[in-house]
Design a protein around this ligand. Structure first.
Ligand code: HEC
Length: 173
């Protein structure tokens, strides 16, 4: 049977779809922007970034504070990385085991620069003592390599390697 208004059915469907889309968009907007349960995209991004940061090993975090640096001393990955950096970049002048050669012994309690805390070591490794032949490593290795090689050096304290070079600097007790 032919409808009196053949176009009515089609128009009604279009209108219903149109209003449903508006209502859906409105609910969607409420949901994501007014704290109606879900996280907003900004909040999601923040929590994702926090999760990524938390999943990194300590050796890759922005280890700028003394506390973070000291944590490297018990981080086996950081110490392994530090040992590899040391062997490749430092051993030529400071000896295979830190006993000292061209550069000073790094295993004793005597320090020319700073007091042997990991932050002191990071500082001298970064800026070097170019006038005395210690390169500035700042631009040559990454910040995390500087942190981990410094942790490795601090871990050598008291290791008494063979052929240790005579103490230089001030004793730190
Ligand atoms: C070309 C030789 C050379 C290389 C390579 C070298 N050093 Fe040195 N380093 C020195 C010399 C020389 C000194 C002593 C500077 C001074 O007398 O003030 C020194 C001093 C230091 C000190 C301070 C010691 C103290 O008693 O205060 C630290 C720490 C140190 N180096 C770490 C490193 C690390 C880590 C590396 C590798 C990334 C490295 N050095 C590579 C020559 C070198």
């Amino acid at each position: 049977m032919k409808s009196k208004h053949p176009s009515l059915g089609t128009n009604t469907t279009a209108l219903v779809t149109f209003f449903a889309a508006i209502i859906f968009a409105f609910i969607y907007w409420i949901h994501f922007h007014t704290g109606g349960g879900g996280l907003s995209t900004t909040e999601e991004l923040k929590s994702d970034l926090a999760a990524i940061e938390a999943s990194k090993p300590a050796s890759q975090k922005g280890a700028e504070t003394e506390v973070d640096l000291n944590a490297l001393l018990s981080d086996a990955n950081a110490l392994n990385q530090g040992q590899a950096v040391y062997a490749a970049r430092c051993a030529a002048c400071h000896g295979q085991n830190g006993e000292g050669q061209i550069g000073p012994n790094l295993t004793d309690n005597f320090w020319i620069h700073g007091g042997g805390q990991i932050a002191d070591v990071v500082q001298v490794v970064r800026t070097g003592v170019t006038a005395k032949g210690m390169p500035a490593w700042d631009t040559m290795i990454s910040g995390s390599e500087i942190n981990s090689v410094s942790a490795y050096i601090v871990s050598l304290k008291g290791s008494n390697p063979a052929n240790a070079k005579a103490a230089e600097g001030t004793e730190v007790k």
